[in-house]
Design a protein around this ligand. Structure first.
Ligand code: VG1
Ligand code: CO
Length: 542
């Protein structure tokens, strides 16, 4: 039986950079998840009888919401739900399933790299038929609908067992429980030279992949160990846990410091990598070198043609605005298009669909290509492995040669987390108000060439997204960028991005923070970060 249940709206269901993220107790309020899911369905048209993909990163509350989502999909008229066994689907795998099985869209349950557990974070995002995150038009509609929602529809019938692969049904809707890994692994086999990578492992190449007890564990185990023949133990922490073992599944230098320390030792494995909660981010550490995500994007773009899936070359490269300009130099050399988008993967979708870009990346450890419409952690790792197998050089040598050829973009991000929302907004307002007066003035002896609040004009659909981050550009190409995070779940997170281009190879061995010190000080002079936040240093430096 299908029931229509009366409900009252919540006013805080605004999807952020990627979906709605809140603490678990917020999601556990009466009808909170139901309201949001119904608001998604109310924002869509034409899905009657079509398929919906559902899966998540396995965090606490995943199963409960999957059960509700399946029964609500049935009650709203979907013809079929495709769900990963155990409710598991990494974000890139979900994107692939949507595309491969021509589903109408998908619901992905994750709060990405944020911690999980009864008092930690949960999230729901909606992906459209191209496999990518819903564009702003849809997320705006979801928020609008959530503010007036009065009822939702749900099937009374119990949802089927999602722990057994096979076909079932709920209230006349088919439910297909699939292996979450198989389709994804098959896609990777088509893109990369598994024989070459396998031969490299056979020759003694050693790697450490930390799945951080998050969703990539089963994918890494199957692909690296079973299909590529890497030694057992290559994939670590590979069992997804509801609380990620109590850690942040965030593959950065704070939460994966153990891996970094190991990779800096003389007896380190040849290559180290990690992925986040939902499998879309990547951390790349060669023996003796951490590769910044911005550099990784540039190196991958410059070498992608070495992998079978990209041997025809790239159509273009896209990066988020705060990501360093390292990839721009590669695009210039290749003579292909370079696109600068706002933060968040949803802005790459149109460029990928239009065949204007092949590879995309963000400074926040997201890299991906037109094989799906999400960033893809394991994909980046496999492309690196393919390049290492072909070039037969270390990751360190490859990166240093890249700098020698293109110059080095020193780059760092400083995060000020859990700042009082009013203070963070105060900083941004004050800075916005004086933006037009900054050009031509000096900070710490450096001349400001221009300052603005980044607005993106989508070249495909003509839409305009304003206020996407404040940029202060100095003469000579250095810059600082400030923006507020759209994924935090408590207070505000201020992000400061700092970049300096250094063409001189004699100056490529500097300490990053030292190389950027004057720009960091200038940013504080201009924006009053310490004064507004009351902090004397950032929470996280990457
Ligand atoms: C952050 C990153 C952004 C990324 C987003 C989602 O957003 O900066 O680059 O796309 O997270 O990634 P924000 O608004 O907090 O800066 V994930 O792995 O959390 O889906
Ligand atoms: Co993620």
């Amino acid at each position: 039986m299908i029931r229509t249940i009366a409900t009252k709206p919540y006013d805080d269901q605004k999807p952020g950079t990627s979906g709605l993220r809140k603490k678990v107790p917020v999601f556990q309020q009466e009808h909170y998840a139901e309201n949001f899911i119904q608001s998604i369905f109310n924002s869509l048209e034409g899905f009657q009888g079509r398929a919906l993909v559902i899966g998540g990163d396995g965090r606490f509350y995943n199963r409960e919401v999957i059960d509700k989502a399946i029964r609500m999909a049935a009650a709203n008229g979907f013809g079929k739900v495709i769900v990963g066994k155990g409710g598991i689907l990494s974000t890139p795998a979900a994107s692939n399933i949507i595309r491969k099985y021509k589903a109408f869209g998908g619901i992905v349950l994750s709060a990405s790299h944020n911690p999980g557990g009864p008092h930690e974070d949960f999230g729901i995002k909606y992906n459209i038929g191209n496999g990518g995150p819903a564009p702003e038009k849809i997320t705006d509609a979801i928020f609008t609908n959530s503010k007036t929602i009065a009822e939702f529809r749900i099937a009374d019938a119990a949802a089927p067992d999602i722990d057994t692969i096979g076909e079932g049904e709920v209230a006349g809707m088919k439910v297909s429980v699939i292996d979450p890994v198989a389709d994804y692994a098959e896609l990777m086999e088509r893109l990369f030279d598994f024989d070459a990578i396998g031969a490299m492992f056979k020759g003694g190449f050693r790697m450490a992949f930390d799945a951080m007890h998050a969703v990539t564990g089963p994918y890494a185990k199957e692909i690296l160990e079973n299909r590529l023949g890497a030694p057992k133990g290559t994939a670590r922490n590979f069992v997804p846990l509801e609380d990620f073992g109590g850690h942040h599944p965030d593959p950065n230098l704070v939460h994966a410091k153990h891996l970094y320390d190991e990779m800096m030792r003389p007896d380190a494995p040849d290559f180290g990598a990690a992925s986040d909660g939902d499998g879309d981010r990547n951390l790349i550490i060669g023996k003796g070198i951490f590769v910044t995500p911005s550099d990784s994007l540039a190196v991958l773009a410059a070498n992608a043609h070495l992998a079978p899936g990209y041997k025809a070359g790239l159509k273009g490269i896209a990066r988020s605005m705060p990501t360093s300009g390292a990839a721009d130099r590669v695009a210039e050399k290749l003579g292909i298009g370079m696109y600068e988008t706002p933060t968040g993967w949803k802005f790459f979708g149109n460029l990928l669909d239009a065949g204007m870009a092949t590879i995309c990346g963000e400074e926040s450890a997201g890299t991906g290509s037109d094989h799906v419409r999400e960033k893809d952690g394991l994909w980046a790792v496999l492309l690196w492995l393919n390049i290492l197998a072909v070039r037969k050089e270390s990751a360190k040598a490859i990166v240093e040669k890249h700098w020698a050829q293109y110059g080095r973009n020193y780059y760092s991000r400083h995060d000020y987390e859990e700042v009082e929302t009013e203070r963070a907004n105060g900083l941004v307002e004050e800075l916005r108000a004086k933006l037009s007066t900054l050009a031509g003035t000096e900070a710490r002896g450096m001349k400001i060439a221009a300052a603005d609040d980044f607005a993106y004009h989508d070249p495909v659909d003509g839409s305009v997204s304003k206020n996407q981050g404040i940029r202060i550009l100095f003469e000579g190409g250095s810059r600082v960028v400030l923006r507020l995070s759209g994924t935090g779940t408590s207070g505000a997170t201020l992000r400061l991005y700092v970049e300096r281009y250094e063409p001189d190879p004699a100056r490529h061995g500097l300490d990053t923070q030292a190389a950027l010190a004057d720009l960091i000080a200038a940013a504080d002079d201009i924006a009053g970060i310490k004064r507004h936040t009351g902090r004397d240093k950032p929470t996280v430096i990457t």
